[in-house]
Design a protein around this ligand. Structure first.
Ligand code: PEP
Ligand code: MN
Length: 291
């Protein structure tokens, strides 16, 4: 039987939770997203240069992240802002993977770029502004890589599930959902983290669900506490912005953590992970290294 929420979601059979399929695990190399581990993806908003990315990759790996984030193609609120390094950025991401062993998640903005991004990325990120770009979602059905689907900033959970269904219908069941905050009347934070979305999605869908506290908050001081909230509501992981010098970042510096703050945040998450009511207690993998 397909789980329903207030009578909703029942037509999204491929991504719906059923008696026979309660959880799916997205495998990226040996990393299981939606399995027992809490998987942290971290890195800068945008790839800016080779030293910036390599330093960040090393620092986040040492703090326990398993996946490196970084945009090579950036959808910006202003057309005058830094738009990303494009293919050069993808090449830098590949170097960082070779240097650290971290898997790579990076955004793809249009269907024409799916092939080139899939050559370099381990996970294809769909940004909030693209959640309803069906031509892109259809192309991602055939890309042969897992997809990290971010919730549209004005999308209901039903619309979010519909976009996941489009990717699945086109042949790709490897989908990770990401709650990144939605637009509400509140202006004290950049977006409003819809914390209830995580348990609702996990009740109605078998897909893994992660949280992006950085874009939800818009300010770095809220990122650790929102990450703890994500652990408590049983999210499968995080997507966090980290930069060597947040004040000099070309994008989203105000919400980016520096290396020390990221490490502290990771250490402080562990007791909350230990409290989770799971048969095998999930642990952050790799915590305890040095930077
Ligand atoms: C990002 O992850 O840097 C990004 C642009 O996120 P969003 O699409 O959620 O705004
Ligand atoms: Mn960003």
């Amino acid at each position: 039987m397909i789980s329903q929420w207030n009578g909703q979601f029942s037509c999204f059979d491929l991504v719906a939770r059923t008696d026979h399929r309660s959880r799916s695990v997205v495998l990226v190399g040996d990393i299981e997203i939606g399995g027992g581990d809490f998987v942290v993806m971290a890195g800068p908003c945008a790839v800016e240069s080779e030293p910036q990315l390599l330093r960040t990759a090393e620092a986040v790996a040492n703090a326990g992240a398993r996946i490196l984030r970084g945009g090579a193609y950036k959808p910006r609120s202003s057309p005058y802002s830094f738009q990303g390094l494009g293919v050069e950025g993808l090449k830098i991401l590949r170097k960082a993977r070779e240097a650290t062993g971290l898997a790579i998640v990076t955004e793809v903005m249009c269907e024409e770029d799916v092939e080139i991004v899939a050559e370099y990325a381990d996970i294809m990120q769909v940004g909030t502004r693209s959640m309803e770009n069906y031509a892109l979602l259809e192309a991602l059905g055939q890309c042969g890589r897992p997809v990290l689907l971010k919730r549209g900033m004005t999308a209901t959970l039903e619309e979010f599930m519909r976009s996941a269904q489009v990717i699945a219908m086109n042949g790709n069941p490897q989908i990770i959902l990401c709650e990144r905050g939605i637009r509400t009347f509140e202006t004290a934070t950049r977006n409003t983290l819809d914390i209830a979305a995580i348990p609702v999605l996990k009740m109605v869908s078998h897909l893994p669900v992660i949280v992006d506290p950085s874009h939800a908050a818009g300010v770095r001081c809220l990122v650790p506490i929102l990450s703890r909230a994500a652990v408590v509501v049983d999210a499968d992981g995080l997507l966090v912005e980290v930069h060597p010098a947040p004040d000099k970042a070309l994008s989203d510096g105000e919400q980016s953590l520096n290396f020390r703050d990221f490490r502290d945040m990771m250490d402080e998450l562990q007791p909350f992970l230990d409290l989770r009511d799971k048969p095998s207690r999930p642990r952050l993998v790799g915590v305890g290294g040095t930077d």
